[in-house]
Design a protein around this ligand. Structure first.
Ligand SMILES: Cc1cc2nc3c(=O)[nH]c(=O)nc-3n(C[C@H](O)[C@H](O)[C@H](O)COP(=O)(O)OP(=O)(O)OC[C@H]3O[C@@H](n4cnc5c(N)ncnc54)[C@H](O)[C@@H]3O)c2cc1C
Length: 389
């Protein structure tokens, strides 16, 4: 029988940090991923400093750098009036940098670590449904052949990303849209966030000498361009002189890719006995970043709570209660603050005030950065490489 201590649906940062931590405790883990991996995702690709220690402990930080991930020490923000502010990442009180890299590189290297330690992965397989009768009975579909199979597990974790992709509708939707460029100016040691009315545009350097241009636009703005992503991009360029200048001689080298993101989906931690992790619980607005860090850290926390027990005798309600409590303590305000910052920075007058405050009141900036950093907290590192059984 295909029986595991845990089956995890989703090979993103949440699924893989959960998998690595469960695996380190000796659990037999299967990760099921619907896409062929590794693959790219629409994302700014900026990993905040709070997770650098975690990546180091996993033994993949140096590997990521060797493969082209760049350390970043400054964030530059600009408003549609052309005001620019540079914020050193060290303002959060830590000496660690951020990291700029594609999701193909990050998720792929996490997956590689899991497989190298004996983990099982089925990519191009989608979770169809799961039911619990003592054991979880999980139906998965091979997306290449169309055949279906059943796997069994003591625990089941859904880390399948945005819940709106499962059909939940939200009027307050925004879109994330990205493509790779060459010849973008001023990329040394900086990640950029350029604000416009109803959106922002992130510019970040990736491995292989390409630059990721990722814009986030409110749903009504996207609708008004009726699917013309290049036209919408031109609108962004014209709406902020700093973007115009930075992308003056830039050339796009890939097609645009877009995803819809719903903001108003209520937080959910578990359903029908399965735990949720990462974006499946709730979404961080990309304007403040940290979604990847949150996903990594949340997966790690959940796995720590689960591995305090044998996989077959996890007291579901007790672990759920503890998970919810830890989540509220560490992540609730981060998600709330990110939503508020998202709304404010997509509103032109508010964005101008924010940029003004940032440039004139470095003490306020420092306090915000420290809060931002502390509210996430870095994960406490156990030895992830040691098997207890
Ligand atoms: C435009 C945009 C820019 C962003 N920029 C940043 C940034 O710069 N920095 C940052 O920290 N965060 C950023 N984020 C947020 C970040 O991308 C997410 O928070 C992060 O990817 C969440 O990780 P996850 O593992 O929960 O989900 P995901 O990374 O989405 O992984 C979920 C996985 O589950 C798989 N899956 C889905 N359904 C099934 C199924 N039925 N069966 C099997 N597998 C399935 C998917 O294919 C996917 O691989 C950004 C988000 C957006 C929208």
């Amino acid at each position: 029988m295909n029986k595991f201590d845990a089956v995890i649906a989703g090979a993103g940062p949440a699924g893989l940090s959960t998998a690595l931590k469960l695996q380190a405790a000796g659990w037999r883990v299967l990760v099921v991923e619907k896409c062929k991996v590794p693959r790219d995702k629409v994302c700014g690709g900026f990993v905040g400093p709070e997770n650098i220690l975690f990546l180091k402990e996993l033994g993949i930080y140096e590997k990521l750098k060797q493969r082209g991930a760049e350390e970043i020490n400054n964030v530059v923000l600009s408003s549609s009036r052309g005001k620019k502010v540079r914020i050193p990442i060290s303002l959060n009180g830590s000496a660690l940098p951020g990291l700029a890299l594609s999701r193909k590189l990050l998720d792929g290297t996490l997956l590689e670590a899991f497989v190298a330690r004996g983990g099982s992965v089925l990519d191009e397989h989608a979770l169809e449904n799961a039911s619990r009768e003592g054991l979880f009975k999980i139906r998965i579909k091979n997306l290449k052949t169309g055949s279906e199979a059943m796997v069994y597990a003591n625990q089941f974790i859904r880390a399948t990303g945005l819940r709106n992709s499962a059909g939940i509708k939200d009027e307050k939707m925004f879109w994330g849209i990205s493509a790779m460029f060459k010849n973008v100016k001023n990329m040394e040691d900086h990640v950029f966030l350029h604000l416009i009315d109803k959106g922002h545009l992130g510019i970040n350097r990736f491995e292989d000498n390409v630059v990721n241009v990722c814009y986030v636009a409110d749903g009504d703005l996207v609708k008004s361009f009726a699917g013309d992503l290049e036209g919408l991009f031109d609108h962004f360029k014209g709406a902020n002189p700093v973007i115009t200048e930075q992308l003056e001689s830039a050339q796009r080298v890939t097609t645009w890719k877009g995803i819809p993101v719903a903001r108003k989906i209520p937080y959910e931690f578990a359903k029908d006995g399965a735990f949720y992790a990462g974006d499946t619980v709730g979404v961080v607005h990309p304007i403040v970043g940290g979604g990847i860090s949150l996903a990594l850290s949340m997966g790690y926390e959940l796995a720590s709570l689960l591995t305090a027990h044998e996989s077959e005798s996890v007291p579901h309600e007790k672990v759920l209660h503890a998970y919810r409590k830890v989540w509220h303590k560490k992540y609730f305000w981060r998600l709330r603050a990110s939503g508020m910052m998202g709304r404010l920075s997509h509103c032109k007058p508010a964005a101008d005030v924010i940029l003004h405050l940032m440039s004139s009141r470095s003490d306020l900036m420092e306090a915000f950065f420290k809060f931002h950093h502390r509210s996430l907290g870095s994960v406490e590192i156990a030895d992830l490489t040691v098997c207890r059984r």
